[in-house]
Design a protein around this ligand. Structure first.
Ligand code: SAM
Length: 215
């Protein structure tokens, strides 16, 4: 099955109308990059577990991979199973994410689908990109919702859940501004232009950034 089909089978939302642009869902886009890695033994990390659906999709897509999930909501631990390991931690917890990466031996693919709060997305990138293996992929999802600082509540799963529900029900997003992240992207692009750093390429799609690490 294709990744898109597996997303439907496992009832993720990564293929639905709001995650599709010009006929391509997030999963069509991810498959362009990830299909060649499908049969490999690799470590896949997704930030943001919720109901575990996407982790089960990745497990089936990568039959020889270890799938790691991180979520600050302790209830997510229930989604652990063979080849799926879940760490309960905030996505900006350097000590816990560092230990996870060390025990896994680094990651081949990292996907950030957690808070979508800019400074936390940025913090995860700073912590985890160095722990991404050479030729690995780092993907940021849902950039169309790049929320500005909710830091005073950002460690509170109940609050975040409430914020998400309220805003989704009302059909609006929290103050949405990619500027903080664009500073990061500009810095990465500048380094690439200067032939330095270890980002090989940085691709933008609707609501998605895909970065590939060099050798
Ligand atoms: C969009 S859902 C993840 C959906 C899942 N990846 C999927 O596709 O099925 C976002 C998740 O991020 C978690 N989250 C929000 N803020 C977080 C933070 N600061 N650290 C870790 N997890 C966080 C929420 O608890 C929620 O489960």
């Amino acid at each position: 099955m294709t990744l898109h089909e597996l997303g439907q089978k496992h009832e993720t939302d990564k293929w639905d109308h709001s995650h599709t642009f010009m006929g391509e869902s997030y999963l069509h886009i991810y498959e362009r990059y990830l299909e060649p890695l499908r049969g490999m033994r690799l470590n896949f990390l997704e930030l943001g577990v919720r109901n575990g659906n996407s982790l089960r999709m990745w497990k089936e897509y990568f039959p020889h991979a270890r799938i790691f999930g991180v979520d600050f909501n302790a209830q997510c631990k229930q989604h652990e199973e063979d080849r799926i390991e879940i760490l309960i931690a905030s996505q900006d917890d350097e000590s816990q994410l560092g230990s996870l990466a060390d025990s896994a031996g680094g990651f081949d693919i990292i996907l950030d689908d957690a808070s979508h709060i800019n400074h936390l997305t940025h913090a995860s990138f700073q912590i985890l990109f160095p722990r991404l293996k050479s030729h690995g992929f780092y993907i940021m999802e849902d950039l169309g919702m790049s929320w500005v600082d909710y830091s005073e509540h950002a460690d509170d799963p109940a609050y975040m859940e409430g914020v998400l529900k309220t805003h989704q029900e009302r059909g609006i997003s929290i103050h949405n501004d990619r500027e903080d992240l664009e500073k990061l992207f500009r810095k990465l692009l500048f380094d690439m232009d200067m032939n330095r750093g270890d980002v090989h390429y940085l691709h933008f799609w609707s609501k998605i950034a895909v970065m590939k690490k060099g050798a």
